[in-house]
Design a protein. Structure first.
Length: 437
């Protein structure tokens, strides 16, 4: 069976072949591809992989055959696409995919995500919905609806100097997701099979394409998070960990508004924020004072205002992007992990924290309730209720038997949801079912 994957990143094996740097994003995809390429159960699959790039060397090469072992070869196909301009659809993508399809001759295609135009382009080029599988990650259509994330209207409408120069204010950012959502819904309409993992994504998939068959397929997470377990005695007491906070949807502003109530009961509370910093980008480029403020976008300016309003400048640490191993250490060091997003489907960061047994608090949004049970695996709160958020965090910071019981339940729940063997077997079942059509 020939299966063509359409991915958002270049896999490490492909990067090594082309002597390029591989992406640290979507690390779970690396593990899944290795299972297909090296496990005996995957021997009947010949795997081809398409990935977006603007690298002229890769595009000129056109394809690569990468020998994995005596029985397995990975076929790699770069396609020209600027993922930083995902709101723009280039019909030339369809021509490129037609070339790939003629060369590889897949029995089915599997698109990982709907966030980029390449998913629509390959479905239009293939035109075989009965053999097209789209895996849902996030949903741009709904992200656009929730993008403001309860920030004040004046912040939402404000255009800073940086926003004007870059023509990239918050409203324009939301509009880009609206456009991407149009491509997303059309792509789903062209697919006969949808893979998802929550009640939330299933509802949208069936609404947008009632004729498509929905397949439950949980994700296997990055391998680094299957080893080790959180220990209260070894964590930094009072430390709170947030994985991202560089745009409104990730909810950093909710957490900052909750911090005064958290600090009142936990005077040693500290917040650590990983990922790209919404306020430190200008500083990293050497801009200070007035110039730094000029380089801030509206949401960054709002975050700086909240930090000053609540006296949190010394309480919040922006630790920057981290490798998987570094993220693992940050989870284990934290007293509590928060998923504060205004919208998520099945956040991998929450799954990673659960796998490690870290006490978790999450907003009750999107697909989260399908993966994280309130008062069983941890605590859920309504996304814009910052008093409830503070109360949940304070309860977790107290520790004790109840917290320990919940975190252990979450760990077992995640080990089942993200079980590599179980999920790999399920993937093969779906492929075999589609191939019988």
């Amino acid at each position: 069976m020939k299966v063509l994957w359409v991915c958002n990143i270049m896999l490490p094996r492909v990067a090594e072949q082309f002597h390029k740097e591989s992406s640290s994003r979507e690390g779970w995809l690396t593990g899944l591809s290795e299972q297909v390429l090296t496990r005996p159960e995957g021997r009947n699959i010949t795997l081809g992989v398409c990935f977006p790039t603007l690298d002229e060397d890769l595009l000129e090469a056109g394809r690569a055959e990468i020998t994995v072992d005596d029985d397995s070869v990975l076929y790699a196909y770069p396609v020209k696409e600027d993922v930083h301009k995902a709101e723009i659809y280039d019909s030339k993508l369809e021509d490129r995919f037609k070339e790939v399809l003629r060369d590889f001759k897949p029995d089915l295609i599997h698109c990982f995500g709907t966030e980029f135009p390449h998913t629509l382009a390959v479905t239009k080029a293939f035109q075989r919905p009965e053999r097209t599988l789209i895996g849902i990650q996030g949903l741009c259509t709904v992200i656009a609806q929730e993008y403001p994330a309860d920030i004040p209207p004046k912040v939402w409408k404000r255009k800073t100097f940086r926003d004007v120069v870059k023509r990239d204010d918050l409203i324009k950012q939301r509009d880009k997701f609206i456009q991407r959502g149009r491509y997303e819904r059309e792509a789903i309409h062209h697919a006969g099979h949808i893979a998802g993992r929550t009640i939330w994504d299933q509802c949208y998939a069936q609404e947008w394409n009632p004729q498509a068959e929905y397949h439950l397929l949980n994700e296997t997470l990055r391998s680094e998070f299957y080893d080790g377990e959180w220990n209260y005695e070894k964590c930094q007491k009072g430390s709170i960990f947030l994985c991202q906070g560089d745009y409104p949807l990730k909810g950093l502003h909710y957490v900052l508004q909750a911090m005064p109530d958290i600090i009142e009961k936990n005077p040693n509370a500290q917040l650590y924020v990983a990922g790209n910093s919404i306020i430190k980008g200008a500083l990293q480029k050497g801009a200070k004072g007035f110039l730094e403020n000029l380089k801030l976008e509206s949401y960054g300016k709002y975050i700086k205002t909240l930090l000053k309003r609540y006296g949190l400048q010394e309480r919040v640490r922006f630790v920057g992007p981290k490798t998987a191993d570094q993220m693992r250490e940050l989870y284990l060091k934290a007293n509590v992990y928060i998923c504060a997003s205004a919208l998520e489907n099945s956040p991998n960061s929450l799954g990673e924290a659960m796998l490690l047994g870290v006490p978790c608090v999450s907003s009750k949004v999107g697909g989260v309730p399908s993966l994280f049970k309130d008062r069983v695996d941890g605590l859920l709160y309504e996304r814009n209720d910052t008093k409830a958020l503070a109360g949940c965090v304070n309860l977790m910071l107290e520790g004790g038997d109840l917290v320990d019981k919940m975190r252990l339940s979450a760990r077992e729940h995640a080990r089942d949801t993200h079980n590599p063997e179980k999920n790999f077997k399920r993937l093969l079942e779906i492929y075999n079912k589609i191939d019988q059509v």
